[in-house]
Design a protein around this ligand. Structure first.
Ligand SMILES: Cc1cc2nc3c(=O)[nH]c(=O)nc-3n(C[C@H](O)[C@H](O)[C@H](O)COP(=O)(O)OP(=O)(O)OC[C@H]3O[C@@H](n4cnc5c(N)ncnc54)[C@H](O)[C@@H]3O)c2cc1C
Length: 379
């Protein structure tokens, strides 16, 4: 077995890391205060191919394998997590349904614009009355002749305020329970689609989420993505792919926090010597490294499994659970190693501490990951 990432993926990682650390990071305070990503950063990210990571080359994307995409996400994770969240909601869950299930005509219509960052994408399953219990969504798509009519409300939808296209999961046949669900490609300028107030979040500034309301939104027949009544399990397959990406982003965030802590521990002196010489501090650094190495091995294995065509339902949850819980431990230790500085907003650790908390909640909470793992074990 060879655990070395191929050199082209290492180069992609270096390019993305340079971008997020040297171009995005200097604008972090601006993003925090304005709660928006400067348009020129979106353009530069598009030029680097960040919006087309998983889009095939024939549709203008970079066409990376899952391993390649996740390697890119690990590098992205080292930077501002709101910026990374915006990019990955688009490149991951916003894109993967269309790439996997779309017809050539659907792909031709949307993917080139998505790869160029001109159409920002998102994915909408969550509703006010069904979060973890996503099989119980109520948003309804009814067929009237050649038209699908969409009614319902989604909430907490990442990228909704800036999106041009959402993949929306709706009930098409209530008599079939969770099997009677379908996915739809919904352009945001469709009459009857409105975006509610932008959510005021704890962190991940610049990554905007909001409610999306569908009121008799009429969609042409070719808005159906994949087969009619593709079912809950297949719809959730879009999230399964997202989960390994979250594990990779978490690993990148942990690496950044450790790098900051090692530099701080070497430079900061107390009791006449660098705090790095105290074993209590060394142990925190060592524990952070253990969490990083185990998380990296997991995302790499799961990404490899996806590319090998294996079923990753259980392992994607293992990787997401482990890496996001590990990130919370690492972020907490990072604040501790940095002491008072770790609590100050001018230092990135405080931001990571807030931003990372979301990763244990979205795309399936930690508890839901354990439910999935146990159900698969006991199947
Ligand atoms: C900032 C943000 C962005 C988001 N982006 C998107 C998006 O782009 N698209 C989208 O569709 N959704 C998105 N979500 C929604 C997200 O996926 C849900 O918030 C998440 O699935 C949890 O649902 P909930 O918030 O309703 O919590 P609930 O389901 O109400 O859960 C509350 C608590 O109960 C626990 N719980 C629930 N059921 C069980 C169970 N069976 N066993 C054990 N514990 C259980 C949960 O683990 C949690 O601790 C986003 C959420 C946030 C906060």
């Amino acid at each position: 077995m060879d655990f070395t990432l191929p050199s082209d993926l290492q180069e992609i990682q270096t390019t993305i890391r340079d971008f997020v650390l040297n171009v995005v990071e200097p604008r972090a305070q601006e993003i925090e205060h304005s709660n928006s990503i400067p348009p020129e950063l979106i353009r530069q990210a598009a030029d680097l191919g960040l919006f087309g990571l998983s889009i095939p080359e024939e549709y203008g994307g970079v066409g990376l394998s899952t391993l390649g995409r996740c390697a890119a996400y690990e590098a992205l994770g080292q930077g501002h997590m709101g910026f990374g969240g915006m990019v990955s909601a688009h490149a991951s869950i916003g894109t993967s349904g269309l790439v996997r299930l779309g017809t050539d005509a659907q792909k031709q219509r949307f993917l080139p614009g998505m790869a160029a960052g001109e159409i920002i994408a998102g994915f909408a399953i969550t509703e006010p009355t069904s979060g973890s219990d996503a099989a119980n969504i109520r948003t309804r798509a009814e067929r009237h002749g050649d038209t699908w009519v969409l009614n319902g409300t989604k909430h907490y939808i990442s990228n909704a305020p800036i999106a041009g296209l959402l993949t929306v999961i709706a009930v098409t046949d209530p008599s079939r329970g969770s099997k009677g669900m379908s996915a739809f490609l919904v352009p945001m300028d469709t009459p009857g689609v409105t975006v509610g107030k932008i959510d005021e979040k704890m962190g991940q500034k610049g990554s905007l989420s909001a409610e999306v309301i569908f009121q008799d939104a009429a969609l042409p027949q070719d808005s159906l993505l994949g087969p009619q009544d593709l079912g809950y399990r297949e719809a959730l397959g879009i999230l399964t792919n997202g989960r390994v990406g979250i594990a990779a982003r978490s690993t990148g965030a942990m690496q950044r926090l450790l790098d900051l802590c090692v530099a701080h521990a070497r430079a900061r002196e107390q009791f006449g010597k660098p705090i790095a010489e105290f074993q209590a501090v060394q142990f925190m650094l060592a524990e952070m490294e253990i969490d990083i190495q185990t998380s990296r091995l997991l995302w790499q294995k799961v990404a490899w499994m996806v590319d090998a065509g294996q079923d990753v339902r259980r392992m994607a949850s293992v990787a997401k659970y482990h890496a996001t819980e590990a990130l919370s431990r690492v972020a907490d230790k990072a604040v501790q190693v940095a002491g008072g500085m770790g609590y100050m907003k001018e230092y990135p650790i405080e931001r990571f501490y807030r931003d990372q908390r979301l990763l244990r909640i979205y795309e399936g909470t930690s508890e839901i990951q354990k439910v999935i793992i146990a159900a698969d074990l006991l199947r």
